[in-house]
Design a protein around this ligand. Structure first.
Ligand code: ZN
Length: 261
């Protein structure tokens, strides 16, 4: 088995900010990809905003089982047609992991249908991600909680639809709480939102965070054949149904025919 993963990053902070470059010299995408690539059953590659088609051509997406999304300052620069292309692939069965500030990405808002807003504070405070679903595949290997000495606070209310499952709830030193690991299903595709990952902290080097990402890739992977006809709503001819029903003495009428109610 080989799960094909693409890690997408807007890749702008690393070029503009020396602090971010120091923490992630090869870019956030490569650190995330390295963590996920520790799973021998995964084949991981990366894509970034400034590549043609943001590195997400139809052919590339057709060969992607799980897409990982990190974006922050350039959500508006992501082409709407490509957002639709990604949404279509999720509906067909591609998994999607949305990380940190990706809560405001076009693709997450498109799939959630809500503002996806939250409260935040950048103060390098302690975060404790409590495992609140210890039997979930995404939390395997994590003991009770993940502790991050420095994190950006994300606080409730988080304006997302009620999730399928809440896997982590975070506590922050300043007192706030946040639903930091949430699962969704849209069409045939599984989605995991995971909150930690601010660009100035070495969060994607943390072994527990990397483990969660690897677990989430496996959880989001759908080995079934893509559901290609998701966007179609075909009409079913009336004749066959009429024949079946009439054989049993019933009757069926087209709209507008005599006897139609
Ligand atoms: Zn941030």
């Amino acid at each position: 088995m080989s799960i094909r993963v693409v890690v997408w990053n807007e890749f702008l902070h690393e070029k503009e900010n020396a602090v971010v470059r120091e923490v992630y010299p090869d870019g956030l995408h490569n650190a995330i990809a390295q963590g996920i690539g520790e799973d021998a059953d995964v084949e991981v590659s990366t894509a970034t905003l400034e590549e043609p088609e943001h590195g997400l051509s139809q052919a590339r997406l057709d060969e992607t089982d799980v897409l990982v999304w990190w974006g922050h300052k350039a959500h508006a620069r992501v082409d709407d047609a490509i957002v639709e292309r990604v949404a279509q692939r999720v509906h067909e069965g591609m998994g999607l992991l949305v990380l940190h500030s990706g809560h405001f990405s076009k693709i997450f808002k498109r799939l959630m249908g809500t503002p996806c807003s939250l409260r935040w504070r950048e103060a390098g405070e302690r975060e404790r991600l409590w495992v609140i679903n210890p039997s979930h595949p995404i939390t395997q290997g994590i003991d009770k909680a993940i502790e991050l000495p420095n994190s950006e606070m994300y606080g409730e209310p988080f304006l997302v639809p009620e999730p399928l499952e809440t896997v982590f709830v975070s506590w922050f030193e300043g007192g706030e709480v946040f639903r930091s690991g949430l699962t969704y299903q849209r069409g045939a595709g599984r989605i995991f939102y995971f909150e930690p990952g601010h660009e100035t902290y070495p969060i994607y080097h943390d072994p527990d965070i990397r483990r969660v990402l690897r677990n989430a890739v496996r959880w989001a992977y759908n080995p079934a054949k893509p559901w290609r006809e998701v966007a179609e709503a075909p009409n079913v001819p009336i004749d066959q149904a009429r024949e079946k029903i009439e054989k049993k003495g019933g009757s069926l009428h087209k709209a507008g025919e005599a006897g139609y109610r």
